[in-house]
Design a binder for this molecule. Structure first.
Ligand SMILES: Cc1cc2nc3c(=O)[nH]c(=O)nc-3n(C[C@H](O)[C@H](O)[C@H](O)COP(=O)(O)OP(=O)(O)OC[C@H]3O[C@@H](n4cnc5c(N)ncnc54)[C@H](O)[C@@H]3O)c2cc1C
Length: 411
């Protein structure tokens, strides 16, 4: 299977509309929010404008109130939305909610869709995802939280969770727990829908991280919580996707999350390169504009090359998704590449801004500390590279060449 470089006209037009919306509405709203600190007011106004323009839930089917975009058009849209930290929120496509909405859509019962998915789609509620534990992260099959039936139509959960993003801002938690300890490793876990607040799901603290935090971080869903799960009672009707299916559903959910992170990384890197270029074209040192120095031009060139590779990777993956092709190898390669790419580009942009880049007078310093997480979330670098490397060996053993594991089907 090769790659079709033609982007449908409708997708291009949609990208243009979203680009305009981000530039005209979301980026100016950032400044307004910084001044007023009125998150609810600013977001409500922004969402009303987005909805009035039909810009809402890009990846959700039309009959569920979304725009029904396929993977390619959605990728184009997300690559614009990520330019502003209010972009995805404005169109109700922010993480971690987005991937969980897709999980509920794919695996939820009619009851669960009506009660839990609908308010998420409408933007009335938020959802967090609790899989990682102190006991287990990269290897999620080490989770210890247990769920047992109480004989009265309920499950009772006990254990702990760690780094549940947006838990403090969430109205619903989707929690994974072990239901069948004797089953094969990947069939031991099930997923439960939990209404919050709940006396059995105790947010012990929002973990302080290296990312810079403001007074609005938690409200906007930026926090990551440590949770104690103590005699948490969940009715059987809140078991999501059937017993033993938690791990597989979780992996599918993470696959979308990885791609969305990548799309937003591209958008952020693009804005960082724009900021850097704007700066060097007006800042002089030693009698010359920075932009006239070849050394500076090389730095910009390296960023442009990184961004170009990143875009091609992502569009190829989106294309494969559009065609229903297996994209796991490419997704892992791109997940690692994009996490490093955004880091390098933002770092270069800070360097070119000098002390200004280190300050909070531009968004660069905030982005820099925030994106370090990209090499850890949704599977750390080493785990993806491990998978990719094993596939390289497998391809060689099967075909006498590693090409199929290294983008070879592009040709
Ligand atoms: C900002 C942020 C947001 C997050 N949000 C959520 C969330 O909403 N919900 C949720 O459930 N979880 C969330 N997580 C948790 C995240 O999924 C885990 O941090 C991640 O899976 C890694 O697990 P760990 O931190 O326990 O690292 P560990 O599993 O302890 O691994 C530590 C390190 O060991 C190395 N390593 C691990 N395995 C291998 C291997 N096989 N080969 C070589 N090296 C290896 C890697 O360098 C890795 O970084 C979040 C994490 C962060 C940082």
């Amino acid at each position: 299977m090769s790659i079709d470089f033609e982007i449908p006209e409708e997708a291009k037009a949609m990208r243009e509309r979203v680009r305009q919306f981000v530039q005209d509405e979301c980026i100016p709203a950032e400044a307004e929010l910084a001044k007023s600190q009125d998150y609810k007011g600013v977001l409500t106004a922004l969402r009303a404008k987005a909805r009035a323009q039909g810009l809402w839930l890009p990846f959700i089917p039309v009959d569920h109130g979304g725009m029904g975009l396929g993977p390619l058009a959605n990728a184009l849209v997300q690559m614009e939305l990520g330019q502003s930290h209010l972009g995805a929120l404005a169109m109700n496509s922010q993480g971690p909610d987005d991937a969980t909405m897709l999980t509920l859509l794919a695996h939820g019962s009619d009851f669960q869709k009506e009660k839990y998915l609908k308010p998420l789609l409408n933007g009335d509620k938020r959802v967090c995802y609790s899989m990682t534990e102190k006991a287990a992260g990269a290897d999620a099959t080490g989770m210890q939280t247990r769920a047992v039936r109480d004989g009265k139509g309920n499950w009772v959960l006990n254990g702990e969770k760690w780094f549940s993003s947006a838990a403090s801002a969430a109205d619903i938690a989707v929690v994974m727990a072990m239901t069948s300890p004797d089953a094969p490793r990947h069939r031991r876990y099930s997923t439960f829908i939990v209404e919050l607040p709940n006396p059995g799901y105790v947010i012990k603290r929002d973990i302080a991280t290296m990312a810079s935090e403001g007074p609005l971080s938690k409200l906007m869903g930026g926090g990551h919580s440590e949770i104690e799960i103590k005699n948490l009672v969940i009715p059987d009707e809140n078991l999501l996707g059937g017993e033993g299916n938690g791990f597989n559903m979780g992996q599918h959910r993470l696959a979308y999350g990885r791609l969305r992170h990548g799309m937003h990384n591209i958008a952020m890197a693009q804005r960082a390169l724009d900021l850097a270029t704007a700066h060097v074209t007006q800042r002089s040192t030693f009698g010359k504009l920075l932009s006239e120095r070849q050394g500076v031009q090389w730095m910009l060139a390296d960023c442009a090359s990184e961004l170009y590779m990143a875009r091609l990777m992502l569009l190829h993956i989106a294309y494969k998704a559009e065609k229903g092709l297996d994209l796991r190898q490419e997704n892992s390669i791109a997940k690692v590449f994009l996490a490093h790419m955004v880091h390098k580009v933002v770092d270069t942009a800070i360097q070119l801004h000098g002390a200004l880049g280190y300050s909070h007078d531009t968004p660069l310093a905030r982005w820099y500390t925030h994106i370090r997480s990209q090499r850890l979330v949704d599977g750390p670098d080493e785990v993806h590279r491990w998978t990719v490397g094993r596939n390289v060996i497998k391809a060689y053993q099967q075909h006498g060449t590693t090409a199929s594991a290294a983008g070879g089907d592009l040709l």
